[in-house]
Design a protein around this ligand. Structure first.
Ligand code: UPG
Ligand code: MN
Length: 663
């Protein structure tokens, strides 16, 4: 991953000069799944940010897939479509960045001139009005104005029985083809579509992959953009030029033809200074992904990614079938909006995919909970390349989890999905053989085996400490020459990793936090992921996609801002971590007391130096856990029952182990 890093930059001005009116159409897919975990106001902010791309609006279409099938989300989108008529001209006129309204208002820069200040005041007022309405209906948990507004779209919920059982709901809120759809300054608007695909309890819906495939089909009827951008509903566009950046890659005369997708690193708007949960994956994104690019391209990350439509739909790369961008023609007006809706609707039905290649050879792959990684890999196996664009200013910003249980849950899903990939028939080593480079195969395995790492970590964080209880040395003595390789590896590894972290614009505290999270992830998320996969292989378990919450209570957010770990409710993963932490504390205390009693501290250190070092580091790194168990008073502390349980487990572990050794 560090072998052959590639860094790219684009020259957008030349692109516009060369292609002028021949730029391809771009379809943008935003996915949401649950209005409670993913607040509609956040979703529409994302939608507005991508509607406001600096790109000809007649070539831009935005699709919102709502797996929650929520009237509230629909209502919010309706409001947003009205607001966009003011927002887009404002963005254009003052060339503002970022174009996500909430983020823009929050970041308001240098003092503005008088005209802009007045425009700002009025646009802000409009935004706040929209926000208030959406929030009010969220509180009442129904679109309270629905009856007043009598928008025909709401009638589509008449046959709706639940989130898991309803007809396709498809509404073209803005039909970009229509000459009447203009913003307040008379400019055309991008097409805007709401889609809740059909759901029936007897049909598997394949989570996000299913949603994306429905979008691919529906959009092919409505706008059929050659390029598809996919973002999660929390990931807003932070740079209005990204479409042009991506097109520079796709339309590059020399290499563009073989590029299937252009991926941006996942970045987040809510990372604190020292990145408490290590959720920015700083080194992975800033170092390793450039290495991946050198081997044939980054992994598809499911968000912040532009695809070539035909590559996503299963076409093999071939040198003989190259795309002529200039020959792409305009959308034609043949049918009315309503007819178009009817035609497109059937494409999102449950039965459409039965006995078809969708989810197998066409579209995103089914059956994997990291649909993104597997889809990206199979595209690369069909001869395509992908590229990473990583400009200094992030182009997409999402929301990282703000509590430890949420974070661990997300990591469990990733660990599970990636391991599932390695153990499936798509294992990068077999399936990728002769299709992608050997280096590329190894890169995929590196991520795929994340979860399998749990076993080694679990051993290291238990066994050496437990042996301390009985004063049994496991590693060479400090004076032995065999101590040197250990010392060398420890020193070089940690120096390298901290320097690398600091060079990726991290802080030292951030690095330390990441070490802690590294341990926690492996001892909980990955361990549970590993067990789930084993159970699944035995046919005893199923994989599910647990959506990460993107909103939090005020005091939870406050603690997050202050970098205080949030434990919240009890969960087996947290109990395990707490028990391991306590066990190490017990072992450490035993050694200390022994040393104090026998007075032979130097002898103990000489004999078991490495073991003690490991135990001390584990105790130090677990400090926030002890604090949360015994000292904190706030609501985010360790739940009482977890503390009690973990104390019991730790004692049982230590005593049990001592007895075992005696025997
Ligand atoms: O049935 C579902 C479940 C999820 N989603 C959407 O999928 C996205 C990702 O879900 P999230 O809970 O935010 O998961 P993350 O772990 O943050 O997402 C990363 O990892 C996922 C795979 O595990 C990818 O699908 C995502 O694109 C990628 O950003 C969200 O927009 C959801 O609305 C759906 O559309 N339908
Ligand atoms: Mn997410």
């Amino acid at each position: 991953l560090r072998w052959n890093p590639v860094y790219r930059s684009t020259f957008k001005d030349r692109l516009s000069n060369r292609y002028k009116n021949h730029m391809p159409r771009v379809d943008i897919f935003v996915c949401t799944a649950d209005p409670n975990l993913e607040p509609p106001i956040m979703v529409v902010n994302t939608v507005l940010s991508v509607m406001a791309y600096d790109y000809p609006p007649e070539k831009l279409s935005v699709y919102l897939s709502d797996d929650g099938g929520s009237q509230l989300t629909f209502y919010s989108l309706l409001k947003a479509s009205k607001f966009s008529k003011y927002w887009l001209p404002y963005c254009r006129k003052y060339e503002i960045e970022p174009r996500c309204p909430a983020a823009y208002f929050k970041s308001l820069p240098e003092p503005l001139d008088a005209t802009q200040a007045t425009s700002l005041a009025s646009i802000k007022k409009l935004y706040e009005k929209m926000e208030a309405r959406i929030e009010l209906s969220t509180k009442l948990s129904r679109s309270y104005e629905e009856i007043q507004s009598k928008h025909k779209g709401f009638s589509k919920w008449d046959s709706y029985s639940s989130q898991h059982d309803h007809d396709t709901i498809l509404e073209i809120l803005i039909d970009g083809r229509s000459p009447e759809e203009k913003d307040v300054e008379g400019w055309p608007l991008p097409t805007l579509v709401y889609l809740a695909r059909e759901k029936r309890p007897q049909y598997i819906h394949h989570y996000k992959a299913g949603a994306m495939n429905a979008l691919i089909r529906v959009s092919s009827k409505i706008s059929n953009g050659e390029i598809i951008l996919n973002v999660d509903c929390d990931v807003y566009s932070n740079n209005s030029q990204s479409i042009r950046d991506a097109l520079c890659c796709f339309m590059d005369e020399k290499y563009g033809q073989e590029i299937a997708f252009v991926q941006w690193p996942q970045m987040f708007s809510n990372i604190t200074k020292n990145d408490l949960y290590g959720s920015s994956f700083r080194v992975t994104m800033q170092v390793e992904f450039h290495g991946l690019d050198g081997f044939g391209g980054p992994i598809y990350l499911g968000t912040g990614c532009f695809h070539r439509r035909d590559a996503l739909c299963g076409r093999n790369f071939s040198k003989d079938r190259l795309v002529e961008w200039k020959s792409q023609n305009q959308m034609t007006i043949e049918v009315s909006t309503q007819e178009l809706e009817e035609e497109a609707k059937c494409l999102a039905s449950c039965t459409y995919e039965v006995n078809s290649q969708w989810g197998k050879e066409v579209g995103l792959k089914y059956g994997f909970i990291v649909e993104d990684a597997i889809t990206g890999m199979t595209i690369q196996c069909r001869g395509w390349k992908s590229v990473l664009l990583n400009p200094i200013k992030p182009s997409f910003l999402g929301l990282a989890p703000t509590t430890l249980p949420q974070f661990l849950m997300q990591q469990k899903r990733w660990g599970e999905g990636l391991l599932q990939l390695v153990l499936s028939k798509y294992c990068p080593l077999w399936y990728g053989h002769k299709r992608i480079s050997f280096g590329h195969q190894l890169c995929y395995c590196h991520y795929g085996l994340w979860a399998a790492n749990c076993l080694a970590t679990l051993c290291y964080s238990t066994i050496p400490s437990l042996y301390l209880l009985k004063s049994i040395p496991l590693f060479p003595e400090i004076s032995s020459p065999w101590f040197l390789p250990f010392a060398y590896i420890i020193i070089s590894k940690y120096t390298y990793s901290s320097v690398e972290y600091l060079r990726s614009q991290g802080t030292f505290r951030g690095w330390w936090n990441e070490q802690r999270v590294w341990l926690y992830k492996r001892n909980s998320s990955y361990l549970f992921a590993f067990l789930t996969i084993v159970l699944k292989l035995l046919g005893l378990s199923n994989l599910t996609f647990v959506v990460t919450a993107k909103s939090a209570d005020k005091d939870v957010s406050e603690r997050y801002e202050n970098e205080i770990m949030e434990f919240g409710h009890s969960s087996p993963m947290i109990t395990l971590l707490a028990a391991l932490a306590l066990m190490n504390l017990l072992c450490f205390a035993t050694v200390l007391s022994k040393a104090a009693m026998d007075g032979g501290i130097m002898v103990i250190v000489e004999n078991m130096g490495l073991q003690i070092l490991l135990c001390v580091v584990l105790v130090l790194i677990n400090f926030p856990l002890y604090e949360a168990m015994f000292f904190r008073k706030d609501k985010g502390k360790m739940p009482r029952d977890v503390t009690v349980k973990s104390v019991v487990y730790a004692l049982v572990g230590c005593i049990g182990f001592s007895l075992l050794l005696k025997g």
